[in-house]
Design a protein around this ligand. Sequence first.
Ligand code: SAM
Length: 254
Amino acid sequence: MKALHDSNVTNQFGPRAKAYVESAVHSQGADLARIGEIAAATAPARAIDLGCGGGHVTYAMAPHAAETFACDLSTDMLAAVRDTAAARGFDGVRTTRTSVEALPFESASFDMLGCRFSAHHWQDVDAGLREGRRVLKPGAPAVFVDVVAPPAPLLDTHLQGVELLRDTSHVRDYSVLEWQRKLEAAGFAVKQIGTWQLRMDFPVWIARMATPEPLAVAIRMVQDSAAEEVRRHFAIEPDGSFLLDMAIFETVAV
Ligand SMILES: C[S@@+](CC[C@H](N)C(=O)[O-])C[C@H]1O[C@@H](n2cnc3c(N)ncnc32)[C@H](O)[C@@H]1O
C-alpha cells in the first residue's frame, strides 16, 4: 500500500531538517521581522507556530513569548528546533508532534499564532485553519505567510506543476483571493496583506528538497517549453532560477 499523505510529508521533510534550519530563504526576510514585531507588541503568554519546519517563526516569537509551541508532523524537524532553540537560549520553546488539522490543545489557549511556508502542504487546509482559530483567544493576532498562486490559470498551473515535480508532497499554493476566503471562513479577520517576490536559486531550491534528478530535469523541460507569459511572470533564468510570489496575511481571531 502507498504511504498516506502525511507520511509523504514527513518522508520528504524529515531527512532535510538541517537544510531547513540553515536555509537562507527560510531564516531571513522582512516577513519574519514583521512576525517578531507583532510578537513584541503582543507579548504572548503562549504562542503557537503551525508547521514550524526549521523553526524560524518560533525563533521570531520566542524572545517575546513566555512559551512558544513549535508544531510539526516531523519529529526530525522538532528535534532540530529543540537543538537550535537551546543553542540560542530560548528556554520557553516547546515542541509538539501533531498534524495541524487536529491540534492537541485546549480551545482559546494561545495568544498569538504564526504559520509560514507550511499551509501549501496540508491535506485539509480548511481544517488546519479552523484548528488554528480554535486554539486562539478572540482578538489574538495570527500571521500566515506562504507562496501564492498568481490569479491567471496559465501561471497557476505552471506553478503547481513545478512545485509538485520538485516535492511530490506538494498540495496547492493558494491565490491571495483563496487565502482571504479561507481565512474568513475559518474565523480570522484579515487586517493587512503584503505581497512580494522571492528569487529561488534553482540548484539550491532542488538540493534543499533532494529532488530526484529525473524530476529536476522534468522541471527544466517544463520551464523551457513554457509560454512567454509564464517565463516573463516567473522571470525564469537560463539555469532555471525564478521568482516565487509570496504573501503575508496579518489577521486577528474573531
Ligand atoms: C517548508 S517547512 C516550514 C518552514 C518554516 N515554517 C519556516 O518558516 O521556515 C514545511 C513544514 O510543514 C510541515 N507540515 C506539512 N504538513 C503539515 C501538517 N498537516 N501538520 C503539521 N505540519 C505539517 C512539514 O513537516 C514541514 O516541516
